[in-house]
Design a protein around this ligand. Sequence first.
Ligand SMILES: Cc1ncc(COP(=O)(O)O)c(C=O)c1O
Length: 425
Amino acid sequence: MDGGVINGSSSVCMIKLKSNDASIMISDLSKTSSSLSSCRFSKTMASLSSSAEAAAGVKQQQLSGDSFIRPHLRQLKPYQPILPFEVLSTRLGRKPEDIVKLDANENPYGPPPEVFEALGSLKFPYIYPDPESRTLRAALAHDSGLESEYILVGCGADELIDLIMRCVLEPGDSIVDCPPTFTMYEFDAAVNCGSVIKVPRKKDFSLDVVRITEVIEHEKPKIIFLTSPNNPDGSVISDDVLLKILELPILVVLDEAYIEFSGLGSKMEWVKKHENLIVLRTFSKRAGLAGLRVGYGAFPLSIIEFLWRAKQPYNVSVAAEVSACAALQNPDYLEKVKVALVQERERLYKLLKEVPFLNPYPSYSNFILCEVTAGRDAKKLKEDLAQMGVMIRHYSNKELKGYVRVSVGKPEQTDILMDCIGRLS
Ligand SMILES: Cc1ncc(COP(=O)(O)O)c(C=O)c1O
């Protein structure tokens, strides 16, 4: 074997010398981090005696790459994203346009024509974007009624979730997560060295406010993530409940990624009254720009200042900013698409209700969660539909084991989905 290795899992640090195949065991160490520093020490020692080693014909030692990675990240389970369209297409042996993609809550209508025109006539793609996304923030202020100084834009709402945690969490701090919900909160907490206190939703997917209150009072978590409408069930949080949680000593991040489909107003303006409230939104759903990655958030002024300092300067690309601005120039299109999706959601709900082995939940969003009943297997249902070119979301976590989620598509996509489900009955 060539060079030295650190074996992080057994916490033994070893340098192996090729010339005579002699192993020097440095120490047995109980902590990976101390193992790592001991090994760096050994590496330094090894380099100091390089001339002697050279004389002995010793090859340069090497540390294995994972030994450089922070210990908490070595244990991180990778996030499981959905398959890219092209990969899916190859796997299913179908052209992308022949796949009915109802698994990721994307907006099947895409953005208004202004976006394609703006992208086709980008003047300065070779110049870095505006780090403050000034044009877009001004457009968002007009769109939302909240002044642009309260608004920060990100590479998707996803980036802002991570940025908030980077600014707020010390290693060992915790967040409150209310599953089933969007799994990025849990994932980003793990990346940011935070722990997760789970307060599961009740059977009807409403928040367990009593338990949330207890946990906040006793365990002093830093942030609670609330999603309204919630992904995956589509339920919303009432103003009363939100106000109760806002009274607690915790930073509340209200994720409104799907608010446009709810018929309710956004709470963006509430950040002026509540120092502990952040509201997140996105262009991915309302404007069909998931692929261009633009999200935004409303923050109290006392918080936004630090996000500005910590964010990557060029986090929103020229293409993303131009596209989002162009989308906001056509509010009629955005409204028409939203109305079409909400109408289709109601039609889809009625159709799913008639399926003998599905129990759909009423939704305020652009997806519908269904319990798979009558002894049917949810995973098999997803796989059977995928074979027919219809993608829906299935879950492997324990809270949602017997459930599937169907995004709302165009009417013709609903028809294909229902035809395929009918063939499985
Ligand atoms: C609740 C919720 N928040 C945020 C996001 C991510 O939004 P973006 O595409 O802007 O990163 C999603 C994406 O599905 C979501 O479901």
